[in-house]
Design a protein around this ligand. Sequence first.
Ligand code: RM4
Ligand code: MN
Ligand code: MN
Length: 396
Amino acid sequence: MNEQQREVAWKALDQLKVELPSWGFANTGTRFGKFIQAGAATTIEEKCSDAAQVHAVTGAAPTLALHVQWDLPNGLKDVSTVERLAQKFGIRAGSINPNIFQNQEYKYGSLGNPDAATRRVAIEHILECVKIAAALGSRDVSPWFADGSNYPGTQNMRHRIRLFEVGLREIHEALKPGQRLLIEYKPFEPAFYHTDIADWGMALQLAKHAGPQAYVLVDTGHHYQAQNIEQIVAWLLHQKMIGGFHFNDRRYADDDLTLGSIDPYQVFRIFHEIHSYEWETGATADIAYMVDQSHNLKGKIEAMIQTVCTAQELYVKAALVDHERLQKFQQSCSLVDAEETLRGGFWQDTRAVVKDWRKAKGLPEDPMQAFRESGYLERITRERGERNLGATVSYA
Ligand code: RM4
Ligand code: MN
Ligand code: MN
C-alpha cells in the first residue's frame, strides 16, 4: 500500500462509525428455542455496559440503538435512566426503534390494521418514540412494521397503503427539526402472503409521501436471494433518500448473521457505491450505519467486535478503489479492466492498515484479543450467570 492509499484508508477509518443494537447483546433465539448465554445482557444497564466494551476496543461504535419497549419499558419516564447510563458508560443513545409488532393488539397489524383504535395505539407509541428521541438527542426514529397478511384476499392491500400514508404523515409532522424518520422494508416474515412495506420501492414512496425528513433504511438481510442490493443503494443515493443501514448477513432469509460472514463481496459492493457517489459528487452521504444482528450462538460481544472490524476492513477496501481509473474504463467499456479495478480494492488486505490506524488512535491493535484479555466476559458470566441460566427457557 502506498502513501496515498494509506491516506485514503486513514480518512475512511476516521469517518466510519457503526451503531450497535441493544438487542444484539441479549439472549435471543429462533422460533424453535433459545440457547442461553450466561453472560448475555438483560437490563439496559448491561446492554450499555457491553456496548461500551465494543466501543472501547474498536473506537468506532459510540452509539447504541434502542428498542423502546425492551429498553425503555416506561417510555419517556425512562429517558433519565438512559441518560445516566450513557454518561456512566460513555456511549450515546442512537436510533430509537418503536415496537409495533409484538403486543397482542398488533395481531392484524399496526399502522395498517383495519381497526382505527389499534392504529391509534401504534401511532401514539411512535409519537412517544419521537419525543424520546428528541429528549435523548437521537436523530433517527426507525420503525420496522411487521404488518401484512397471510392469505390472499384476507386484507385489502390498497386500502392499507392509504392507512400507512396517513399514519406516517402524522408521525412525520411530529418530527423536530433535524430528526429523521427511517422507513425499513422486508419482503416477508412474519407475514407470509403480503407485507405492507415489502421492498425499497414501497418504502421510498411512503417516505416521499410522509415528508422531507423521511428516508429509507436498508436492512441487508431483507431482500430476496437474487436481489442486487448495491443497485438499490445506488438508486437511493441518486435520489438522496438513503437514511441508514441495518447490517447483518444471511444465507437464506433474514438470518441476522454477523456482517460479511457469508458474502463479504456484497458488503464491499455496497460500500463501493457509497464511496463512488462521494468521490463523484464531493458530498458526504449522510448515512447511519447500524448493525442489526442477533445470532444466538456466537458470543454476543465478540460477534459485535467481529462485525465492527469487518465493516472497517471492507469499508477501507472499497475506499481504495481507484475511482478515476474505474471511470475511464467504464467510459471506454473496457470490461475486464473495469472489473479488475473494482476487484483491486477488494483484494487489498486492509487488516494491517486498520491495525496501524488503531495504534495511532491509542486503541488496541487487535480488538478481539484485547477484549478477551480484559476479563470482562468472565466477570459478566460470573455476575449474570446464575440469573441467566436459571431463567426459564421460553419457546417462541
Ligand atoms: C426485524 C427488523 C427490525 C428489528 C426487528 C425486531 O427483523 O430487522 O429492524 O427491529 O426485527
Ligand atoms: Mn432491521
Ligand atoms: Mn430483520
